[in-house]
Design a protein around this ligand. Structure first.
Ligand code: CP3
Length: 361
């Protein structure tokens, strides 16, 4: 595909931004770039404003959410902002007892094992989260032409924290529930789909330009289990969000074997980690006969810790492979590590934007 040139004019709304054009598979002024988990501990200004405030408290304060969301936009000049929150915060807003432990992740003292546990999961409504609506409205006005991405955790990845009680490598308890108590599993996943729909809807209604559904840990599943136990629930989320008309992005780590199924769940844009080259990802997405879709990715975050002489040819390779798709949003293959050097991320952003720009003859 020829990611063709369009004139560069200052934008007051995100509609013609490089990110949204690429997500819609339209010609772009340059390949847009942003980084998953771009707000966070890699930034000294983040560590400064977060000092003495828990993650949950921060997410309930519009002033902090606005500031933290804007920090990477200012520092890196990325083409999109992502709303500062976490995949488990909607559960917390709804009064569910799950904690985010620094350096560990979401932890639940009372993991879900039965119908009583499932019944405790209820979605938030806009009335529960006035601070979210306020923060997003303010962000959209401050961001001008830069789009704001709303996001939520997909049912499987959220369920993995609730059933395991914390981060897991093998998801043994979650898989035991799927296979041993399928009715309970489907009831839980259905409720978590409603949580995602509710939180995404609040974000889009407040002005978010796109949504990304994170199924970060889906790569732990076989295609067969994914298709039976997970895809219908993620599909419910994408189907419910269709009416808003915003691009719907789907991402998970280690999902090389699942790219076709995750695309079919209803994604408009498929996120790819570093294990599969983008041109091969397009082949997998279209293997079952589906239309080619824009892709997002996929620089290995580990390469941030090598030298520029390693990073630059990798970016060139990824930009070339991205041409196999009708649109390419440059990103890392997973989130920014907390010890990444912000200067490297700034250089990558500028390099992608400059290198991919069509210079008028
Ligand atoms: O900049 C952004 O990307 C927006 C903010 C964001 C956070 N979490 C903030 C956060 C987003 C999009 C997430 C999503 C998220 N949370 C995912 C999906 C993306 C992915 O990385 O796969 C997952 C699996 C989680 C669960 C989670 N929450 C983890 C694994 C952690 C890290 C634990 C740690 O401390 O290393 C968290 C906590 C968290 N979420 C932090 C931030 C900035 C760190 C907490 C802190 O700074 O005190």
């Amino acid at each position: 595909w020829d990611h063709r040139c369009v004139p560069v004019t200052p934008l007051s709304t995100p509609d013609r931004s490089a990110y949204l054009l690429a997500a819609r598979g339209e010609p772009v002024p340059h390949t847009p770039v942003w980084f998953m988990r771009q707000a966070g501990r890699a930034l000294p200004e983040y560590r400064a404003v977060r000092e003495g405030t828990t993650m949950l408290e921060s997410c309930m304060r519009p002033d902090l959410v606005v500031e933290i969301t804007l920090q990477p936009v200012r520092r890196y000049g990325v083409d999109a902002a992502i709303f500062f929150s976490d995949i488990v915060t909607p559960l917390q807003f709804a009064g569910y007892d799950i904690e985010i432990k620094p350096g560990i992740g979401p932890v639940s003292a009372d993991p879900i094992r039965d119908a009583v546990g499932v019944a405790a999961v209820r979605p938030v409504t806009a009335a529960d989260v006035p601070f979210t609506t306020e923060a997003i409205q303010q962000l959209v006005s401050e961001l001008g032409g830069t789009p704001l991405i709303g996001f939520a955790g997909a049912p499987f990845t959220l369920a993995s924290y609730l059933v395991e009680g914390g981060p897991s490598k093998d998801f043994a308890k979650t898989k035991a529930m799927m296979h041993g108590q399928p009715d309970l599993w489907h009831a839980l996943a259905d409720r978590l789909a409603d949580v995602a729909i509710a939180f995404l809807s609040v974000q889009v209604e407040a002005g978010a330009s796109a949504i990304q559904l994170f199924d970060s840990w889906a790569g732990g599943l076989s295609p067969r289990d994914y298709e039976r136990f997970v895809q219908p629930h993620s599909a419910k989320v994408f189907e419910a969000m269709k009416e808003y008309g915003v691009p719907r992005v789907h991402f998970g780590v280690n999902t090389g074997e699942l790219l076709g199924l995750m695309s079919e769940a209803g994604a408009d844009v498929v996120g790819v980690d570093w294990r599969v080259p983008l041109d091969e990802a397009v082949r997998r997405i279209t293997a079952a006969g589906g239309a080619p879709k824009p892709v997002q990715g996929n620089l290995d975050p580990a390469l941030l810790f090598t030298g520029w002489e390693t990073i630059e040819p990798e970016i060139d390779r990824i930009l070339a492979e991205g041409k196999a798709a009708p649109g390419h949003i440059f990103n890392l293959g997973h989130g920014v590590p907390p010890n990444a050097d912000p200067e490297v991320l700034r250089r990558i952003t500028q390099y992608v934007q400059t290198k991919s720009a069509h210079v008028p003859a």
